[in-house]
Write a protein that binds this ligand. Sequence first.
Ligand code: HEC
Length: 316
Amino acid sequence: MRCHHTAILAHFLILALLAFPFAMATADTVNSSHDSWSGQVAHVYGTRVVDLDGNVHRIGTDAGVEPVVLLFMNAFCPVSSRYAPELNDLATFADAHGTSFYGVMSGPYLTVGEARNFVADHGFDFPVIFDPSGDLALRLNPVVTPEAFVINSGDDVIYRGRIDDRFEAVGVLRNQITSHDLKDAIAMVGADGDPLPHSTNSVGCVFEGWEAERLPESVTYSRDIAPLLAANCTECHRDGSIAPFPLDTYVDAKRRARMLAFVTREQIMPPWRAVEGFGAFRDERHLSDRQIALLAAWAEAGAPFGEGVEALPETV
Ligand code: HEC
């Protein structure tokens, strides 16, 4: 009996999905609300992150010092997918205004494979950052996905909120878009002057967020540690570079797990002072407290690889 009922229910859900995709969106979508918001410091400039192709970026400083858009996206949110076809155009628009455009995928249950499939399905040609442990999300605290953050070159958020006003409310589409909020914010941040911070309410799916004081339930190599090492360590710790041993495979990292926890806790690594002949920003390297705690938790747990998830592709 139970099975029968479940089958009927499943049928109904599929029909409902086909017929009313946006009605379905209402079940787990919300309006973000930050009415008391009057600006915030982003704390993202110079942060080293890795995108889903394995490329390392230093946020806001990839090409000098430039304004930044960080757009939190969600592989399983109908609202987020609805915007996907236009995001390449927005990224091109940002580029024309001297602004870096990054997608961000972050969530306690998101795997590398799921995130990479989402990016591949939509053919995004801007970098999409994988933020598996919430390090980036915790600095900005998105409320919904999609939610955009426009950050000026002083590391201040000057706009947060929706892409445009096509969703009047949860599940309700307007006939016509009347306000291109993200585009306007990009045009403003790229222009001279110092725009006042403002926000709009974004409509989308609840951001399955993080608790600042708590690490993910299990810390694994493939989700948490590989991206961290790829972004911060393997530039030197790989065959043919300046460090004495590589850290770009699971075996290499695992056999030194406690040592990695130790040198990062003691701030011996990554190097703080200039290493001669190796880049201009040497002394700006540092890990966040959360990243240091992740390395410690991973070593403590016996350096697990992680199940059912794929590692990031090799850093290029
Ligand atoms: C700019 C290059 C560079 C980066 C980036 C870097 N390292 Fe190193 N690392 C080195 C060099 C060079 C040594 C050897 C130091 C020495 O012999 O004094 C080293 C040594 C180490 C050691 C051995 C410590 C010791 O006292 O011998 C560990 C462990 C280590 N690094 C971990 C890391 C981790 C973890 C990261 C990233 C969070 C990292 N390193 C980032 C260059 C780097």
